[in-house]
Write a protein that binds this ligand. Structure first.
Ligand code: ADP
Ligand code: MG
Length: 224
């Protein structure tokens, strides 16, 4: 089976500053879950940005869905991004859209019919226990509820890759466990590659099949 993500000896840095990440290599096949740990400032978010194509690699090779991310044209990058779902730590919901429309956003951007978008959003909202809030607006909801919507949105278009940067950072145990459950479902049912940055390994992970990569002093190591 082909690798969905394949990083070989990559170096990451901002402008001409020192390397944040040196010589990192890892690969992921479909359905795999990787958890990235490391202290604040160790480069976790930088690595996530590289996977999404929003910062250039300095050296090495980074292939996502078969394409060398930094040597491909903008149309292919756009096509790759349509297969990625991103969960932001600060949710980044659209406050003028109701909950249902936020969840359906990746689908409506891709031109799916309204009825299909609605149906998919309804299903996902039921999974995150927010069916009753479909017509509410983000600012009427708690942080945990907003983040659950953020995760539902990230998987609404059945992405091949899910990238989540500290998605449960400030959430209570209940919301946090729903989010981990969705990631697990996405890896099993959608065969998605799921990459989650987290500074705490929650108890939910104990029966969760995942690999852990740890960043320290710019070096990425797999912890077995
Ligand atoms: N846009 C930026 N420009 C320059 N340096 C940055 C930028 N973003 C982050 N950094 C630096 O890169 C290092 C790693 O940051 P980051 O990837 O955000 O770490 P983490 O997510 O592990 O806390 C830090 O030293 C940070 O100051
Ligand atoms: Mg970060």
């Amino acid at each position: 089976m082909d690798n969905i993500i394949e990083a070989k000896d990559i170096y990451l840095a901002y402008d001409n500053q020192a390397n944040i990440i040196k010589n990192a290599s890892f690969s992921m096949k479909e359905g795999e879950v990787i958890v990235i740990t490391g202290v604040s400032g160790s480069g976790k978010s930088t690595l996530m940005k590289a996977l999404y194509g929003s910062i250039d690699i300095i050296n090495g090779s980074l292939k996502v869905m078969g394409s060398e991310l930094y040597k491909t044209d903008k149309f292919r990058i756009r096509a790759i991004r349509q297969n990625i779902g991103i969960v932001f730590q600060d949710y980044k919901l659209i406050n003028d859209y109701n909950v249902e429309d936020n969840v359906a956003l990746p689908l409506s951007i891709q031109g799916y019919k309204k009825a299909f978008c609605k149906k998919q959003a309804k299903n996902l909202l039921a999974h995150v226990n927010l069916a009753l809030k479909a017509k509410r607006y983000p600012l009427e909801l708690s942080g945990g509820e907003q983040q659950r919507i953020g995760v539902a949105r990230a998987i609404s278009h059945n992405p091949k890759i899910i990238l989540a940067d500290e998605p449960t950072g400030n959430l209570d145990e209940y919301s946090s466990s729903i989010i981990w459950d969705l990631f697990q479902r996405a890896s099993i049912e959608l065969k998605a590659c799921v990459v989650v940055v987290t500074h705490t390994l929650p108890s939910e992970l104990y029966d969760f099949n995942y690999r852990r990569l740890h960043l320290e002093d710019g070096v990425l190591n797999e912890i077995y």
